[in-house]
Design a protein around this ligand. Structure first.
Ligand SMILES: C[S@@+](CC[C@H](N)C(=O)[O-])C[C@H]1O[C@@H](n2cnc3c(N)ncnc32)[C@H](O)[C@@H]1O
Length: 453
């Protein structure tokens, strides 16, 4: 699945802020799936649209729309396509590129990936016309005047030299994120790809300054906030990076998609009732139930994001806290990202217990069974004014310490831990003696022994 399609709510914000009736030409930078183009085509029949991207994924759509076929050859792991269909027309080759992109999710060595990959090979002949139909539908929905396969900064430069033109850009939020997303198709499909310099989002503020100074109307979406450029629009939704809109027009818009929350009754943990033999339960939770827990227990200054797998932690049927895990940004093999781990009480290092439980095989197995994979590492990020996080100290390894972008905290700290061979119950036991009430008793015993001996 293509990551980073422009949210419809963002497109609505653009339509509210930009007066396209006054634009003759719209230069879209980083077209991706051409979602914006399709909406602009429907809404503004007078507008001349000039699209752009660097990827083969987008170029196949762009060049199909402008009727400029080009050479595409399937090689290496995709050479079976050339062998099975040597006489393929351009439209079928385009569909094959998009099937190959879907196959790129299954290039791993695990059984699940191998079976899916083989499914595509075995059924390619059936899948090809279906994919081709989808692409034809996409192309029929849009009317673009040109497509530029190249760097979006060159596309910006071209816009500046074009009368009556404005820029709409949605460049990547991460450096080389799309190069990673398209690695498989780039390595296994040959075409005359454009030369370009990998875009680094760190450069965006100066690019905005450059466009602003030219007087060309623009609207650029980013997840970054800049000191000298207040955004005109803001779109936030739990589970997604914020989308800020930067423009040189005056109108502004703010959209926040509310999260749903489902209240439920629970018995909150009482530390004095915990004991060495207490029973731990890890219970899968619905997102709405987790939202309720987060609303009650987490700071409302932080934008809480939803994850793919939610668990509540109970000890002797008392609720201790919650865990939210997700795939990491790049769907890295063997890794899961711990989006949130929290305890509902600050007492007795309960938060450390919850963080430790995230690495237990009881939690990780429940996810691995569904994904038919084996997770080896749990990663997380802590935001703190201290150079280390007390919660993760001693249980996760600090891998990166960066100055945080936020005004509220000084550091962004990346942590990682191996997945443990211990069950949740065994981890509770470890926590009890190392950090929980058991550690104090053990400490007292040692002290007493020393004073009597
Ligand atoms: C956030 S997506 C755009 C999504 C698109 N607006 C949509 O709704 O589908 C970013 C796009 O930028 C493209 N890209 C990455 N680096 C680029 C560069 N230097 N110049 C032009 N496009 C680039 C990627 O291939 C990707 O399609």
């Amino acid at each position: 699945m293509f990551q980073g399609v422009m949210p419809l709510k963002c497109i609505n914000q653009i339509l509210r802020v930009i007066d396209f009736q006054k634009w003759e030409k719209c230069f879209v930078c980083c077209s991706g799936t051409f979602r914006l183009e399709r909406l602009l085509t429907m809404t503004f029949p007078h507008l001349e649209i000039h699209s752009n991207d660097v990827s083969l994924f987008s170029t196949t759509i762009g060049r199909s729309a402008t009727r400029e076929p080009f050479e595409i050859r399937f090689v290496n792991r995709l050479s079976f396509i050339e062998e099975q269909f040597p006489e393929m027309a351009f439209a079928d080759r385009v569909a094959a590129v998009h099937l190959a992109f879907q196959m790129s999710r299954f290039v791993g060595n695990n059984l699940y990936a191998q079976k899916h990959f083989q499914y595509f090979i075995d059924n390619f002949e059936k899948l090809l016309p279906l994919q081709s139909e989808k692409i034809t539908g996409t192309i029929q929905d849009m009317r673009i005047s040109s497509y530029f396969a190249g760097d979006w900064r060159d596309h910006v430069q071209n816009t500046m030299q074009t009368e009556g033109a404005g820029i709409i850009g949605f460049p990547p939020f991460f450096k080389a994120g799309y190069e990673r997303q398209f690695k498989f198709i780039d390595e296994n499909i040959s075409w005359e790809s454009p030369r370009y310099e990998v875009y680094d989002p760190k450069d965006l503020e100066s690019i905005i300054d450059w466009i602003d100074a030219s007087g060309t109307p623009f609207f650029i979406i980013s997840d970054q906030l800049f000191d000298d450029h207040p955004p005109s629009t803001e779109f936030t939704k739990a589970g997604r990076a914020p989308h800020y809109g930067y423009t040189n027009t005056k109108r502004s818009s703010l959209v926040c998609v509310p999260t749903r929350s489902k209240p439920f009754k629970y018995i909150p943990v009482k530390v004095e009732k915990l004991h060495e033999e207490s029973t731990v339960k890890i219970v899968p939770f619905e997102p709405d139930e987790m939202n309720f827990l987060k609303d009650c227990n987490l700071s409302n200054k932080i934008k809480h994001v939803g994850g793919m797998w939610n668990f509540a932690v109970f000890v002797d049927d008392m609720l201790v806290g919650g865990l939210i895990l997700s795939l990491d940004k790049f769907n890295s093999q063997g890794k899961l990202y711990l989006l949130s781990d929290f305890s509902i009480s600050r007492a007795a290092k309960l938060s450390k217990m919850v963080a430790m439980l995230s690495t237990s095989k009881t939690v990780v197995r429940q996810i691995d069974i569904r994904r038919l994979t084996k997770t080896k590492t749990i990663m997380t990020t802590a935001f703190s004014n201290h150079p280390v996080s007390m919660k993760y100290r001693g249980i996760f390894n600090l891998t990166v310490r960066k100055e945080s972008q936020s005004a509220e905290t000084r550091y962004a700290l990346n942590y990682e831990s191996d997945v443990s061979d211990l069950t949740a119950q065994e981890i509770y036991n470890k926590w009890w003696y190392r950090y929980g009430p058991g550690s104090e008793r053990k400490g007292r015993k040692i002290k007493n022994r020393n004073s009597t001996g």
